[in-house]
Design a binder for this molecule. Structure first.
Ligand code: HEM
Length: 415
């Protein structure tokens, strides 16, 4: 996704198609959202097949829609790509469940993913990152965005206890779910791609849980934890163990690689900001926060209104879908000074890249730690990063990212 709006680009809101994956892949969405925030903060679009959705683009409205589960349910689906298709996992998949069940399950899983808990995995994450970066030490051109897709599973796969031989297959299947119309992932129509991917992932995870049960649990992986933890009145049923493992894999895979490659591209485009961080690596955590705001890989999440609900730009009728554009909220001028400036020293960075409210990203501490370690190691191993070809953007109306980013990285003499 183009991360800096083109100055003075005319925007005709009446003809903008926010559902079109090419808006993120090759358009200039920030120019569109800038105009929407000021002129049409509550925007309605009807697709040619009759499906309707509303869009909110202001920080305040995005927080309201994501945070108010009574007025905006997650139980009819939260992924824009699947607009209008009722969610068969409602009430079973963490992301598609409202409180109070959501609170019970979240509490059961969340204890293993707090900042304090994930700090124990720091060495594992560092080893995975170094293993990931080492092949680039030869100085040749390599595709950072394509390779980065493997990284979250090297980490989440180890944590969940998924055999390494299956990681690559899961990377491909989760890519099919998040970007079914991208040439790298699509298999015929979007619907067919989604159906095949869902079927194969659930088959795989159900089989893994079955085999683990018959071998006897007792291990220390996150999957063992899910299989033994109590949520509410009883243990998590195996069906929910499968769904929640799916949520964790998808949550990690769909976003982390695009955040990392997006920040790398941004550092090349803003060299004076990159120099600041190289000169003072203690800025890496604040650079990561600014990078999360700037790239907003989870570009939007969807909800359905349960009652007629008033937002800043008007009223959303009960029953209709509302898309909360996180990437736009993260550039809202009422919340961020100079929102279209990438500033690694930005203070008070209350971005919503990890969402807001009850569904706030449960993997945020792990994602933050992974990104911090990734940039610590990148700067330690290499003294320069150059782009060596055209970046290829992901064709998705949900996730903003890249499928290809050819780079040349030059290693430090002492490495
Ligand atoms: C930079 C990386 C990441 C970004 C930008 C991101 C973004 C988000 C956002 C915006 C949400 C809110 C969804 C909603 O409101 O419906 C979310 C939820 C979630 N994320 Fe992440 N995520 C990242 C990394 C991860 C990782 C590493 C994991 C797994 C370890 C993960 C697992 C999840 C899960 C399971 C949920 C659902 C939480 C719930 O429904 O309570 N995410 N993420």
């Amino acid at each position: 996704m183009r991360l800096t709006p083109e100055a003075g680009r005319p925007v005709a809101l009446g003809s903008i198609d926010l559902f079109d994956p090419d808006l993120l892949a090759s358009g200039d969405p920030h120019s569109v959202w800038d105009v929407m925030r000021s002129e049409a903060p509550l925007h309605r679009q009807v697709l040619p097949d009759g499906r309707v959705f509303w869009s909110v683009t202001r920080y305040e409205d995005v927080c309201r829609v994501l945070g108010d589960h009574r007025a905006f349910t997650s139980e009819r689906g939260t992924v824009f790509t699947q607009l209008g298709a009722d969610d068969i996992a409602a009430g079973k998949l963490l992301t598609s469940t409202d409180p109070p069940r959501h609170t019970e399950v979240r509490r059961a899983i969340g204890g293993r993913l707090t900042a304090r808990a994930v700090a124990h995995w720091q060495d594992l994450v560092r080893r995975a990152v170094v293993r990931f970066l080492e092949p680039a030490l030869d100085g040749g051109c390599w595709d950072l965005a394509e390779r980065a897709q493997q990284l979250p599973l090297i980490i989440a796969g180890s944590l969940l206890g998924i055999p390494e031989s299956d990681w690559e297959k899961l990377v491909q299947l989760t890519g099919m779910v998040t970007a079914p119309s991208d040439p790298m992932f699509g298999l015929g129509s979007e619907a067919a791609t989604l159906a095949i991917a869902h079927h194969e992932i659930f088959d795989y995870l159900s089989d893994l849980v079955r085999r683990r049960r018959s071998a006897g649990t007792g291990g220390d992986s996150l999957l063992d934890h899910l299989m033994t933890v109590r949520a509410g009145a009883g243990p998590l049923p195996d069906e929910e163990v499968v769904y929640d493992s799916y949520s964790l894999i998808l949550g990690a895979n769909a976003t982390t690689p695009h955040t990392l490659s997006g920040i790398v591209l941004t550092l090349v485009e803003w060299p004076e900001q990159c120099d600041k961080v190289r000169a003072d690596p203690s800025l890496i955590p604040s650079m990561v926060e600014e990078g999360l705001r700037w790239t907003s890989a989870a570009c939007n999440f969807m909800r359905y209104a349960t009652v007629d609900t008033r937002l800043t730009g008007g009223t959303v009728p009960a029953g209709e879908a509302v898309v909360a554009w996180i990437a736009s909220a993260n550039r809202d001028e009422s919340q961020f000074t100079d929102p279209h400036t990438f500033d690694v020293t930005r203070g008070e960075n209350r971005h919503v890249a990890f969402g807001f409210g009850p569904h706030y990203c449960i993997g945020a501490p792990l994602a933050r730690m992974t990104a911090r370690i990734f940039f610590e190691e990148l700067f330690r191993l290499f003294w320069s990063i150059e782009i060596d070809g055209e970046p290829q953007h992901l064709r998705s109306n949900f996730i903003a990212g890249m499928t290809h980013l050819p780079v040349v990285t030059r290693k430090r003499a002492q490495v």
